[in-house]
Design a protein around this ligand. Sequence first.
Ligand code: UDP
Ligand code: MG
Length: 317
Amino acid sequence: MKKKLLSVIAPMFNEEELVFEYCTATLQVFEHLHKQYDCELVLVDDGSKDKTLEKMRQIRQQCENIITIVSLSRNFGLEGAVSAGLRKASGDAVVVMDADLQDPPVLILKMVKAWESGANIVIASRTKRSNDNFFKQVSAKIYYALLNSLSGQLNLDKSAANYRLLDRKAVNQILSLPEVNGVFRISVPFIGMKTVTVEYDRAKRAAGKSKYSLGSMIRYALDSLTGISVEPLRRLIWTLPITALIALVSIIGMFVSTDIWRVGFMLSLVISILFFLLFVSIGLIGEYIAQIMIEVKGRPTAIIYEYLPCENAKKGE
Ligand code: UDP
Ligand code: MG
């Protein structure tokens, strides 16, 4: 009987120090699975400037049956790399994970078990993230608190990142979503389906530095906040009663107070608050217009320059 295929997608951007270490750890996990499954390791090179791609090719020479390379034409960012991997992965189940060994490959065994028990989606949830720095922990808390307050019916797991297993049905559903600027960790809960969670401790990065600058983290947060729903836009209505209240208080204050300095101070405070509200509102509306622009243009999330499928993936064609 033909074995099922399990694909693991690992996006990499300038990870030359990690390619061998990550692949060795994941191939070791595959050894525990090979009796039941054919495996495919999809290495996505997200336009690296260092020797990442060269190292991917070297390791592929040694195991052409397992290693697939998807090389992007330039750096498209993690979301683009994940979507390119999803487009090319041939597996009956597909695991998406970071390649810096913060997501331990050994957890794949547990995820596969949960899939075998009938789950369409298996989410890896971090029990602790004390290996992340203080700034990352605080910003993650704010990010998820905001997302959750805006998520409506979506059930977001605040401890889950991209480490997830999706069966073929879920992968096809994600790929059929029409949006261009999707955020993987929002698209997955959006499609629903039978979801199971497994827990793990998030490790430290095995080598190299995080590829996220403060700017790219803000960009990512804005894409998520505007991508999750139109709730932020709707909540702009609250600026109306706030503005009315401020106006009322300042008018009463002017009648009550005879001190010209106090009145002047109050007026400038009121004007500053109003301008603040105005700029936040315009900024938010601008953000949504930018998202509409991106979606209308319909440009691909990532451009695949080269695709080298492994033997195991070709078997199923
Ligand atoms: N990554 C990518 N393209 C990018 C940025 C990151 O493919 O533009 C990959 C990176 O190589 C790693 C994963 O995405 O495998 C997670 O990135 P990172 O560890 O820098 O994120 P953090 O853990 O700091 O949030
Ligand atoms: Mg990392």
